[in-house]
Structure formats: structure tokens, C-alpha cells
Design a protein around this ligand. Structure first.
Ligand code: PBG
Length: 325
């Protein structure tokens, strides 16, 4: 047997060698846990399509955030589910709205241990379920929505959110929110721009999680899944507008976009492993078809390898515990 003496298997001969040459690492501090809090609950309610994930009461939310902090998770991203909705999404910038109240609670409880973050979008708060307000013809009105986002940003910053997750996909949202925050002295509030957020079928379970009122789709503002260049362009524009971090979402079906965004911008790039990604692995594992823990860790490592500096994942606390052994 003769072949050019390039023996790549030498690098794989033992766990110790493999550990020395592994290119990508995954650490608890790279993980962000999304959390749902629902107004009026006295105890947590399970989400059927996301086994193991719940809509939290304020008390169970506090406990989950403390767990995450103790496991070494880098941050929590909070989503609010209000009891009442209207066309303008009034609950979003009401200081007594569930998201802002919960933010105050978490900022006080775990604000020193991890980064308390809030989703900045109107969809949970509008009675039509869109991410913005509508014009007379029922279309999502970009510039009118920016006025609402600016107000929401101030409410969240005042409640103690350290990082705002701009997930609405309106043009100009980063610049308008940055200006509104700076004008009120919130110059340290971080902006995470969901730059390349695709109109994806993998958000299905999330819509149950937030009790979404949406009929139709978000294709006039979220990206077409066929477009990689356009996703990169969104990230470049958001960086120019002043985003501190950009996001690619979903993660696993868009790893090529993630890699290209990472290679293009100079700021941190995060990825969101969304509800459908979670549900698929949980369902397959529950059937005994894949190894749950190994699949979860491999999925997270792969998202890091593709270029994500941090990953939003519903498994953040579990994964952090496993990683710490
Ligand atoms: C919308 C929003 C979505 C998710 C988070 N915020 C998607 C959508 O409804 O279009 C999805 C998250 C997930 O699926 O885990 N603001």
C-alpha cells in the first residue's frame, strides 16, 4: 500500500490530541437563554410544541434566570406575552406592561451576574400580530413603526434592560433607536440588530409560545430564505447604522449566511437557534432516534464553527451545565 504520506488520522488518535487541535470551543458564556413571561400567570404553563419550555410567571421567571446565572450562561433574552393587545401594541412601551415589569425584576435579581436583554418588537403586543403598526390599507407601515420602536426602546432601557434585541426587521430601526436612546442618556444600552432574519417556517412553535395573533406571514419585512447576499447586506447596513452586534436567524438552515456575515462585518455576530430547531431535536430524541445531549451540543458547536460569537438557544442552561461537567 503506498500513498502520499499525509496521515490526517494522526490528529484524531486520542481524546487528548483531539482536544489540543479542536478549532472551535463552546462555553457557557457564549450562550443566551430566551425566556417567555406571560402576564397574569400564578404558575408556569408548558408550551406544547416546545417540550421542557414554559410561559413563565414572574416568580418562575426569576427562578429560571437565577438557574441560568448559576450555570454560567452569558445572558437572558426576555419575551413578554401580554393579557390585552391592541392595534398599536400599547403594552410594549407601558412601564407597567409585562415585558417592562419583568425586566425590572430580572435586572434586580441577576443583572450583575449576566446580561439582561429584551426583545424589541411589537408582534407580541399587537392584536393583528404583525411586528409593526399598519397603515390604512393594512400594510406594515415602516416609518410609523419606528416611532413606536423608539418609545419601546426607552421603556426597556428605563426598566433596566442592558441589551435590546431589535427583531422587527424595519428599515432604519437601528439608527432611530440609537438616536432615541442617546438623546435620553442611555449611551451604554447595547443594540443587537436581527440583521438577517428570514421569513422561516422554523418559527412555528414560537408562535404558540407567544400566543401569536398573526394571520398571513411576514414576507414584506423578513428576508426571503433564498437570499444570502441580501442577508449580508442587511448586516452591513445595520453595522453602519450603529448596531453593536448583528444576528442571523434561524441558525442551522442559514449557516452559510452566518459564515459570510462573520467574514464581512467587524462587530460580534450572534445566531438564534429558533423554536423549530429546538422542537425537531427534542422530538427526534423523545423517539429515541438521536442522542439528545450529543445532538444539542453538536448543533451548538456547529453554529459557533459557522461564525457565531454567541448563540441564543432554549437549551442554554442545560448545555451550560453539561459543559461545566
Ligand atoms: C418576532 C420573533 C420571532 C421569533 C422571535 N421573535 C419570529 C416570528 O414570529 O416571526 C422566533 C423565535 C423562535 O422561533 O424561537 N419578533
Amino acid at each position: 500500500m503506498s500513498f502520499p504520506d499525509v496521515r490526517l488520522r494522526r490528529l484524531r488518535q486520542s481524546p487528548a490530541v483531539r482536544g489540543l487541535v479542536r478549532e472551535t470551543s463552546l462555553e457557557p458564556r457564549n450562550l443566551v437563554l430566551p425566556l417567555f413571561v406571560r402576564e397574569g400567570l400564578s404558575e408556569a404553563v408548558p408550551i406544547g410544541s416546545m417540550p421542557g419550555i414554559v410561559q413563565h410567571s414572574l416568580d418562575s421567571l426569576r427562578a429560571a434566570a437565577v438557574d441560568a446565572a448559576e450555570a454560567g450562561v452569558g445572558g437572558v433574552m426576555l419575551f413578554g406575552v401580554p393579557a390585552v393587545r391592541d392595534a398599536q401594541g400599547s403594552g410594549a412601551d407601558d412601564p407597567q406592561g409585562i415585558l417592562n415589569v419583568a425586566t425590572e425584576v430580572l435586572a434586580a435579581e441577576v443583572g450583575d451576574a449576566l446580561v439582561v436583554q429584551t426583545d424589541l418588537c411589537l408582534d407580541e403586543f399587537t392584536d393583528h400580530g404583525h411586528c409593526g403598526v399598519l397603515d390604512a390599507d393594512g400594510a406594515v407601515d415602516n416609518d410609523a413603526t419606528l416611532v413606536r420602536y423608539a418609545s419601546m426602546a426607552l421603556a426597556q432601557a428605563r426598566a433596566g434592560s442592558q441589551l435590546l434585541g431589535l427583531s422587527g426587521m424595519m428599515d432604519g430601526q437601528v439608527a432611530v433607536i440609537r438616536a432615541a436612546l442617546d438623546a435620553e442618556g442611555f449611551t451604554d444600552t447595547l443594540l443587537l440588530a436581527y440583521a438577517a432574519k428570514y421569513a422561516s417556517a422554523f418559527y412555528g412553535p414560537f408562535r404558540e409560545a407567544v400566543d401569536s395573533q398573526l394571520k398571513g406571514d411576514r414576507r414584506t419585512y423578513q428576508l426571503d430564505p433564498g437570499n444570502r447576499r441580501e442577508g449580508v447586506r442587511e448586516a452591513v447596513v445595520d453595522e453602519q447604522e450603529g448596531a453593536d452586534i448583528v444576528m442571523v436567524k434561524p441558525a442551522m438552515a442559514f449557516l452559510d449566511v452566518l459564515r459570510e456575515v462573520r467574514d464581512t462585518v467587524d462587530i460580534p455576530v450572534w445566531a438564534y437557534q429558533v423554536s423549530g430547531e429546538y422542537a425537531m431535536i427534542e422530538a427526534a430524541a423523545a423517539n429515541g432516534w438521536i442522542d439528545r445531549r450529543a445532538s444539542i451540543l453538536e448543533s451548538l458547536l456547529s453554529i459557533r464553527r459557522a461564525g457565531a460569537d454567541a448563540v441564543l438557544t432554549y437549551w442554554a442552561t442545560d448545555a451550560a451545565r453539561w459543559l461545566r461537567g
